[in-house]
Design a binder for this molecule. Sequence first.
Ligand code: GDP
Length: 347
Amino acid sequence: EEDIKEKIEEIPQKVPETVKEAAEQSKELRKVTEEIEKAIEEKEEKKEIIEELKETPSKSEQSLEEEKPEEKKSFFSKIKSSLAYKITEEEFNSIFDDLEMLLLENNVALEAVEDIKLKLSEKLIDKEIQKSELETEIKNELKNTLNELLIEPDDPLDIIKLKTEKPFVILFFGINGTGKTTSIAKVTHLLKKQNLSVVLAAGDTFRAASIEQISEHAEKLNVPLIKHDYNADPAAVGFDAIKYAKAHNMDVVLIDTAGRMHTKANLIEEIKKIERVTSPDLKMFVAESIAGNDATEQAKTFHEAIEIDGAILSKADIDEKGGTIISISHATSKPIFYLGTGQNYED
Ligand code: GDP
């Protein structure tokens, strides 16, 4: 405004005397008018800028409370997004392809592998995992999944001691050559160390030399053996052994059986009959840990016929794979009570 006043004062006040003077005055007037207009324009612009500034509060005028959480949030979410990781379904499937091959090659049955895949996928897909923990987390979850398939067994010694009425009867069954007789000898040794009295039943009346084999063990272990002739009814041998145990107040009866595979139907009928006659307290399936899918199929067959209580897996000392343990546990949902780890009684 002061500028404008000054400019107006600059306009010549005297009346022109000549045309030339009048022209000069008018020129001067135009110049001053232009300057005034320019000044007014500038003033308007300044006004607008001030108005704008008034409407938009400056950063410094914003409250600190408003600003801080915004900064904090973006900071932490930045860290999170750079350190945390979520495994997608596609990634999981591609990781599992390799694992699937490994499991199958190591005697884990296909059905068990599929179940492992499902359980593991539920644990891993879309779970937020710290990048640095990715490998350990996957391994841990795999371990947990395998542990879920393996059933924790009660100690057979505790089960035996819990039974008040003697004797406690254990029926051993499985295919020939899998290690039934040897396992019976090992269990006898174990029970004797616990001061439990044992009687053996030579229920394998089919395989040549089987009665001699179990007789040898009975002699070495110094326990009585009930035997009949070859081809006698194994159920009757078991029945007699129980009678003997009752008569002599003995703690445990261990019944051996035949496992001829070429007549599967007969084998199953025979084992069902032995079960009916002897009413075992524990039905112990014996298989070789090196047999893989064959052992799993055998377990299923016996489980269907007489519902096994658990298993002994022999020859674990020569098994480089270990998957049979998972397969049989998965197929039967029953525990593996013992692993046979050699040919000696302590094994
Ligand atoms: P059965 O026909 O089922 O009674 O089987 P056997 O008890 O006669 O065992 C068959 C063979 O396997 C024998 O030579 C045993 O010594 C052997 N065996 C049994 N259990 C084991 C084991 O845990 N480890 C090893 N290395 N050999 C075993």
